[in-house]
Design a protein around this ligand. Structure first.
Ligand SMILES: C[S@@+](CC[C@H](N)C(=O)[O-])C[C@H]1O[C@@H](n2cnc3c(N)ncnc32)[C@H](O)[C@@H]1O
Length: 277
């Protein structure tokens, strides 16, 4: 995979909620890494997926409610650690789970997850990850065979292991995420997580008690049958990566496959749904 990136540096006024909306919109494009800055947002995209019109469909850039300016440059090599050290604050979910980088001090919480995100999505800062953590925190997964599909940094697989799930398969289509997940699983002393590079094609002949999938609307809809087919009776499916308006399509797809809706979380129009088989 190419290491040449295009870095975009956005100044966003007002920053709240502008930077978050901008990040959500860019997250729908091949931009793959985001860092919140004092002025707004830095966003990175691999040059091979970039073109000069890449921002054309970004609605917020044309909105009267926000003043957004930016510069961009080509970057040969990004020092992600340095970038994250400057900008990454630990996050706390429900006072039970803390996600931090290796350079943050350790605090006394039940689930202390250390993530070195580099280029992978999944630091807990994104609404979808946050809500998936909330679902996992309140679901009994002790001893359950678990799949984390679209694992990113493996943040959710790591929490699943900390909550007693095993064995756990963590799958991501992206090579960076695959490598970063292996590193993060080791960093958190996880011994029950197997990481694979790939997609739903890897699920043939598999079965799980719990499936976690925080990806996006279209991939979830496309792969829902593969998930449902390998979910054991009574198994739990946790989904995120889509908006309130996508719920009818996702829900129809799930109920068609015999799954029953259990609970929804929502944050800033992002949602996360729990189903049982
Ligand atoms: C929204 S991120 C979620 C990361 C992490 N699980 C979290 O909750 O923060 C989605 C991840 O799914 C991966 N992905 C995208 N399409 C996929 C597919 N078809 N199969 C497996 N993984 C996929 C992406 O590379 C990305 O790491």
């Amino acid at each position: 995979m190419s290491n040449i990136y295009m870095g975009y540096y956005f100044t966003v006024e007002p920053k709240e909620p502008g930077a978050e909306i901008l990040m959500a919109e860019l997250g729908e494009t091949p931009f793959e890494s985001f860092i919140e800055t004092e002025e707004g947002l830095s966003a990175y995209i691999q040059k091979e997926f970039w073109n000069e019109n890449i921002l054309d469909g970004i609605y917020i850039l044309g909105s009267d409610e926000f003043k957004i300016t930016y510069t961009f440059e080509e970057i040969e090599q990004v020092n992600w650690n340095e970038e994250w050290e400057k900008n990454f604050e630990p996050i706390d979910v429900d006072n039970t789970c803390r996600v931090r980088a290796p350079f943050h001090e350790k605090k006394d919480v039940k689930y202390d997850i250390v993530i070195e995100p580099k280029m992978s999505f999944g630091t807990g800062h994104h609404e979808t990850t946050f809500m998936m953590i909330q679902h996992l925190l309140e679901t009994d997964i002790e001893g359950k065979k678990t799949l984390d599909m679209g694992c990113g940094t493996a943040i959710l697989a790591i929490l699943a292991e900390m909550k007693g799930a095993q064995p756990i398969d963590a799958i991501d289509i992206d090579n960076w995420c695959y490598l970063n997940s292996i590193e993060n699983a080791e960093r958190n002393n996880c011994h029950h997580i197997s990481v694979y590079e790939g997609d739903a094609a890897l699920l043939e002949e598999k079965n799980y008690d719990v499936i976690i999938a925080n990806i996006n609307r279209n991939i979830l809809l496309n792969d829902m049958l593969a998930y449902a087919d390998c979910l054991n009776p009574g198994g739990i499916l946790l989904l995120s990566g889509f908006y309130e308006e996508d719920i009818p399509a996702i829900d129809t797809s799930c109920t068609e496959k015999g799954l029953t809706f259990v609970k929804k979380f929502s944050r800033n129009n992002w949602v996360s749904l729990k189903y049982v088989n």
